[in-house]
Design a protein around this ligand. Structure first.
Ligand code: PEP
Length: 250
């Protein structure tokens, strides 16, 4: 039985004060939720304050990126241990915006995934095809390469901690959601690839869907066998809307 995870990716939104205010509001709204893991990934500058604000609640805090070296002359970068030090338990790795605008590759995703695991963070490794790739019928080929190269070389223990997020690039921030069937098809495929890599561990691996998840489509998506949660951008920025996502089954 996989425990659902609803994760908010705030991207480059909210000042520290705005972030704290929203987590404070959200805490009250979802205090009774016991059967879903809830995660907020704000900007680096808000991590420490939000970790303090979320203490004692059912909200976990995660970062949106990290650098794989532990320390050194890497201006502008943040290490996995620094993220742990700020109170985080998760980190998003290889989001398509990082692949698209900041040169993230499967190789850097792999290094970051290992660095996260070494520090005790749970990596949420993002994969997804572009519209062009979907139209060229190479979705499965693209996803397979991202999974195999991005998450290779782990011990069984490490492999059991990973969360994977399937985020079709054409559905992120566009208002176009993959249909539950389209998403399920790829989630099932990802689980199959992961099982070829790590055996029965894949049965317990949470695979999140991301791409214009909203209060009005979350329930249908979550009904699918291999969809274990959401990685949500836009609809995670307001407490009332994120509350509805977290309470998808109610
Ligand atoms: C995301 O940020 O990963 C995302 C899926 O964004 P949105 O929900 O806005 O499409």
């Amino acid at each position: 039985m996989r425990r659902p995870l609803m994760a908010g990716n705030w991207k480059m939104h909210k000042t520290i004060a705005e972030a704290v205010a929203m987590v404070n509001e959200l805490k009250g709204k979802i205090a009774d939720v016991k059967d879903v893991d809830v995660l907020i990934c704000p900007t680096f500058t808000s991590l420490y304050s939000l970790s303090n604000e979320a203490k004692g609640s059912n909200i976990k805090i995660g970062a949106q990126n990290l650098f794989w070296e532990p320390k050194g002359a890497f201006t502008g970068e943040i290490s996995a241990n620094m993220i742990v030090d700020a109170g985080c338990s998760y980190v998003i790795i290889g989001h398509s915006e990082r692949r698209q605008y900041f040169g993230e590759t499967d190789e850097t995703v792999n290094k970051k995934t290992k660095a996260a695991l070494n520090a005790g963070l749970i990596p949420i490794v993002c994969v997804g095809e572009t519209l062009n790739e979907r139209e060229m019928n190479v979705t499965f080929k693209v996803i397979e390469k991202q999974v195999r190269d991005g998450i290779k070389g782990l011990t069984s223990d490490e492999a059991s901690k990973i969360v994977i997020a399937y985020e079709p690039v054409w559905a992120i921030g566009t208002g176009k959601t993959a249909s539950p069937e389209q998403a399920q098809e790829v989630h099932e495929f990802i689980r199959k690839v992961y099982s070829e890599m790590y055996g029965s561990i894949s049965e317990g691996t949470r695979i999140l869907y991301g791409g214009s998840v909203k209060p009005d489509n979350v329930a249908e998506l979550m009904k699918k066998t291999d969809i274990d949660g959401g990685l949500v951008g836009g609809a995670s920025l307001e407490a009332s809307s994120f509350e509805k996502l977290v309470k998808f089954s109610k």
